[in-house]
Design a protein around this ligand. Structure first.
Ligand code: B3K
Ligand code: ZN
Length: 853
């Protein structure tokens, strides 16, 4: 097993040495790639006599200090050099083998191109170095490679020299004027198609923009380029932040462990977040590209110019940058729909993380493998924490806080506290208690009791908060929680609409001058990442669905209403009664469908019933079999009762070319197919006539679990058409993995042999295996344990080749706490088996061992 000691935030110590400048020379030569690093090292603590550099999977050739040989020891993950001067030049020569690097971390090959991924701790797979974010150096990079095979040789910053060399080789020298931590280093060498454009900044500087894509894909790079230009303009307008280099490059590669990486001036992207045209990409894909391009661009200030002191502070850059990309998407598109998707991520995934064995605060306190902490907690809950500060401060004070943060910390590696202090100092708001959001893990539970006193004309809300125990944390303190509240009158008028501060364990809020009991919209827009406990009646929720001022609150009410209907039917199944769906619920939904004022995209959201995963998150234990039946019943019954309206809506929207219309049309189709097989002709026609991937995929998703013969026919037609387009085949693989059929495990085994699948490419694995574990809940949790067995075998394979991907996929296996004993036992058996793997990676070890505690 690899070294599995945890590191703790409390043990942070500033570095003994730093590196102010480094010259990296790469001789790219396949298995014999050479790296020479010439570093200017400074001693920061006079008594330090050993310089310990991080390094992994490196072949060391030589070490020179001020051109002399020195004493050193090579250990498994570090090189320790004896030193006795305050400043010196260190030259280290190593060899690495990018072709054998299947972990896709460090320098590796993607489809014949060299590329790098260094965050969090991948630079140490390139050379021995102080691979920690609080060591900021200036980089000069010289790359040599074969000219024909690798016409483009790129690194961070500006190109300062290039030329030809003997034997068909060439070189380039890049200089990055901004000191940066090693995790932001990047190198790319390959043959690409190149899309170029430019952007004039607010100070009239011209920036060259380049998007590099695989040959033949140039026509699919335009949306990414347009998104980049929009991001640059938006960051100037909303945050006053201007780009700082003369060039910005994006390279799309097909082998990539995550979405994209914000390396200074040279972003490396997963092709999934670059390539798009109407025929092959859905509206969601377009949106994803815009938001990821934005996210990486926004990191240039929040992440690169001001970076993290240590990796425990990851949310400093990630929470903030997710907040920024969410605001970008909301300013450009529908604020309500963007908010709803952010809320869904929180309720479907983050709440699950908070109640599982890997629960951690947005600033974790202990870490075995840093890559395990690029989580929905650090990213998405981190963004919610920033959003709460934005709610408390308001836009103007928040922007003043941002300006102060950059004034104080530009060019530094800082902590989350530094960020909150800037917000506090710019606003005169006391954020002491608020800081608990950074240190306390878990989802606060807020219970609300209300009371109306007709004599006093008083409405009282009693609000109590508790924060559940999480691994390693008990007896937590009350948090500062912004409570966005609307009170609605009986005919829908807004009586109160304000944000209150909850700071105590229990608090009362009294509203005077009311003649009847109002309907409360509580924590509207998800004003805090909490679980709300309040007994809503169906009538109240129907009222909120119709009249709440906030569109998001209308959606939230619909989720609550339909969830209640599902829970009711679960108890009816358990007690042997017939299932029911109350007419007022159907009326509430029908009213939404018929409301001409409502944006189609929002109606589509309301008609997307809460996923099984998000329902499971609402309770402590789940009867999965009853959940499947009850949820299906409610969806089918709702569809049946609204059949006529759904059909009319579908026809109205059929030829409208807009994202919202397509989204709602897809929902209508999905529901219509649940009512009657007769509607399969609509599906077939839509499939045949579709001129865009959104409409095509909508049909496939709707028929995937419909039991219709049509399903296999359409899937085969799709496969024939797209077999040579990997990103599109990913959608097909995902549908296959998500098909709820008895022989799914055999199907998956067969699909592993399919030409479109590959175990070495994360996108393919995420589609087929990820499709199964995340989109096929009932089959993954099959009672006979076959789903768990399947995933365990996959994890054993990936553990050796790509531990990061294995560790991502293990999530549903470690979140077993809510299931029945039979399922729990089977899962634990699989986890124990993983724990005994001879070469278990740190990544899997950390999660699996915690899940078995
Ligand atoms: N910062 C990278 C994520 C790195 C993940 C390392 N395992 C992308 C992003 O969040 O923008
Ligand atoms: Zn990020």
């Amino acid at each position: 097993m690899q070294q599995c000691q945890a590191k703790h935030l409390k043990d942070y110590r500033s570095p003994d040495f730093t590196i102010s400048h480094v010259v990296l020379e790469f001789d790219l030569n396949g298995v014999n790639t050479k790296v020479k690093a010439t570093s200017q090292v400074k001693r920061l603590r006079a008594d330090a006599t050993q310089l310990a550099l991080h390094g992994e999977s490196l072949n060391l050739d030589s070490v020179l200090v001020d051109r002399e040989k020195v004493n050193y020891q090579v250990e498994a993950t570090q090189l320790v050099i004896e030193v006795d001067s305050d400043a010196f030049e260190l030259v280290i020569e190593t060899q690495i083998d990018p072709e054998a690097n299947t972990s896709l971390e460090g320098l590796y090959m993607s489809d014949g191109a060299y590329c790098t991924q260094c965050e969090a701790e991948g630079f140490r797979k390139i050379t021995y170095f102080l691979d920690r974010p609080d060591v900021l150096a200036k980089y000069d990079v010289r790359i040599e490679a074969d000219q024909a095979a690798f016409p483009y040789i790129l690194s961070n910053g500006n190109l300062v020299e290039k030329g030809e060399l003997p034997n068909g080789r060439h070189f380039a020298v890049w200089e990055d004027p901004f000191p940066k931590p090693a995790y932001l280093f990047a190198l790319v060498a390959g043959d690409f198609d190149l899309l170029e454009d430019s952007f004039i900044t607010m100070n009239e500087r011209k920036v060259l923009l380049q998007v590099f894509v695989d040959k033949g894909n140039l026509h699919k790079a335009h949306h990414a380029m347009a998104s980049l230009k929009k991001s640059m303009a938006w960051d100037e307008q909303r945050f006053g932040l201007e780009y700082d280099l003369d060039i910005y490059m994006i390279v799309a590669v097909d082998f990539f462990n995550m979405g994209a990486m914000e390396n200074k001036g040279l972003n490396v992207f997963n092709t999934k977040y670059v390539l798009a045209d109407k025929e092959s990409a859905t509206d969601d894909d377009y949106h994803g590209i815009e938001s990821v391009v934005g996210h990486e661009y926004f990191h240039n200030w929040t992440g690169n110019r001001v970076t993290c002191r240590d990796w425990f502070q990851l949310s400093l850059k990630e929470g903030l940058t997710v907040f920024r990309d969410q605001e970008f998407s909301s300013d450009l598109g529908s604020r309500a729909v963007n908010r709803i998707s952010a809320i869904r991520v929180m309720k479907n995934q983050q709440f699950a993380e908070d109640s599982g064995p890997m629960a951690h605060p947005i600033r974790p306190e202990s870490v075995i493998e840093m890559n395990n902490f690029y989580t929905v907690t650090v990213y998405n809950k981190g963004a919610e924490v920033i959003r709460m500060m934005h709610t408390l401060l308001g836009e103007d004070n928040f922007q003043a806080g941002m300006r102060l943060y950059f004034e104080r910390h530009d060019g530094q590696a800082v902590t989350c506290d530094d960020f909150v202090n800037a917000m506090q100092d710019a606003s005169d708001l006391d954020l002491t208690q608020f800081k608990l959001w950074y240190s306390q893990a878990g989802t606060p539970v807020v219970s609300i009791d209300d009371h109306f006193d007709p004599q006093k004309k008083q409405y009282t809300l009693t609000v109590s908060q508790t924060l559940p125990d999480t691994p390693g944390q008990t007896n937590k303190q009350a948090m500062h929680i912004p409570f966005d509240l609307e009170l609605l009158g009986s005919d829908g008028q807004s009586l109160v609409n304000q944000v209150l501060d909850i700071t105590q364990e229990s608090q009362r809020f009294v509203f005077d001058g009311l003649t009847y009991k109002p309907t409360p919209s509580l924590f509207q827009n998800f004003s805090a990442p909490i679980r709300l406990q309040y007994e809503f009646s169906d009538e109240q929720l129907v009222n909120l669905m119709r009249f709440a001022s906030s569109e998001v609150a209308r959606w939230e009410a619909s989720v609550q209403l339909i969830s209640q209907a599902i829970w009711l039917n679960i108890t009816r199944i358990q007690s042997g009664s017939a299932m029911v769906l109350a007419p007022q619920i159907v009326d509430g939904y029908r009213g939404v469908l018929l409301d001409p004022q409502l944006d189609s995209a929002l109606v589509a959201e309301i008609f997307t019933l809460p996923s099984a995963a998000s329902l499971i998150e609402q309770v402590d234990s789940i009867d999965l079999d009853a959940l499947e039946i009850a949820r299906e019943f409610v969806e089918e019954e709702l569809a049946a009762q609204c059949e006529d309206e759904l059909l009319v809506k579908y026809r109205q929207l059929h030829h409208i070319d807009s994202v919202g219309a397509r989204a709602l049309k897809s929902r209508c189709l999905m529901m219509l197919l649940k009512v009657s097989e007769q509607h399969d002709s609509i599906a077939k026609t839509q499939f045949e006539q579709a001129d865009n991937m959104t409409d095509t995929l909508a049909v496939l998703s709707a028929v995937n679990n419909s039991g219709l013969v049509l399903r296999d026919e359409l899937m085969a037609a799709f496969e024939r058409k797209w077999i040579d387009t990997p990103l599109v085949m990913d959608k097909w693989l995902m549908l296959q993995g998500g098909q709820n059929r008895e022989d799914i495990i055999d199907r998956l085994a067969a699909l592993e042999e399919h030409a479109a699948f590959s175990f070495t490419n994360p996108n393919r694995v995420r589609s087929l295996v990820g499709g199964f574990v995340a989109q096929n809940l009932y089959r993954f949790h099959a009672k006979d344990g076959s789903g768990y067995r399947y995933l365990t075998d996959i994890l054993k394979k990936l553990n050796g080749t790509n531990p990061q991907i294995a560790s991502r996929l293990v999530t549903p296996l470690i979140q077993y706490q809510k299931f029945d004993d039979c399922r729990k036992q089977q899962i634990k058996k699989c986890l124990k088996e993983l724990l005994t793997l001879p070469d278990l990676s740190k990544d899997l070890y950390e999660k699996v061992s915690k899940a078995l505690l």
